[in-house]
Design a protein around this ligand. Structure first.
Ligand SMILES: Cc1cc2nc3c(=O)[nH]c(=O)nc-3n(C[C@H](O)[C@H](O)[C@H](O)COP(=O)(O)O)c2cc1C
Length: 179
């Protein structure tokens, strides 16, 4: 079993999936459960996860993530987890106002990260997507027009080996005690 750090090292944005290989329902459920268990400001849980796997719907949603050369690989994803912004609770809303911070956006980011790490743990590749035709996907999946679809996590069996991670140097992004 991988330690958490090993899992974080191993997770990457996979942009090539094995076409036609599906993910078992129980595996998908465990992956999304990790998102449901993610922390959120004041436990507001301002999210809804729509899991798209249907063989007719999936390619249509996949196509709507792809434009200007971005996200072409999504056509081979086995599942897409659509993360919709739902109303948070009053405490989180008050906190946002008082502290001038967008807690729900952070919450959705954390949930998506949990999903990618749970996927890695299950041997499934993933990629968070912020680039997609929100209006089209809402129409396709019945997400109400007034709601915001903020992120999508593409899932599938990775078809390419792991890359070396590109990250800013430790000393540039970490300090102890003082900034
Ligand atoms: C909020 C967010 C939106 C992203 N949107 C896309 C996207 O639309 N398409 C894509 O290929 N990757 C997308 N990514 C993946 C990033 O490009 C990737 O995480 C980053 O380059 C680091 O690489 P790694 O995930 O392989 O470690 C997104 C990541 C985040 C966190």
């Amino acid at each position: 079993m991988k330690s958490f750090l090993e899992l974080a090292q191993a997770r990457q944005s996979d942009r090539s999936f094995e076409p036609g290989r599906t993910i078992e329902r129980d595996v998908l459920e465990r992956i999304v459960e990790a998102g449901r268990l993610a922390p959120s400001a004041c436990n507001g849980q301002p999210w809804h996860f729509t899991v798209v796997t249907d063989s007719e719907l999936l390619p249509q949603v996949g196509k709507a993530t792809s434009s200007l050369g971005m996200n072409r690989f999504v056509k081979d994803a086995a599942a897409l987890v659509l993360i919709t912004h739902e109303p948070t609770n009053i405490t989180s809303k008050l906190g946002c106002g008082i502290k001038d911070k967008d807690f729900p956006m952070m919450d959705l980011g954390i949930a998506s990260a949990y999903i990618t790490l749970a996927a890695e743990d299950e041997g499934i590749g993933s990629c968070i997507l912020g680039w997609f035709d929100e209006k089209k996907i809402k129409q396709l999946t019945g997400i109400p027009e007034k709601k915001r679809l903020m992120l999508i996590v593409a899932l599938g069996y990775a078809a390419k080996p792991k890359r070396k991670k590109i990250r800013k140097e430790w000393s540039k992004v970490v300090s102890f005690e003082k900034y």
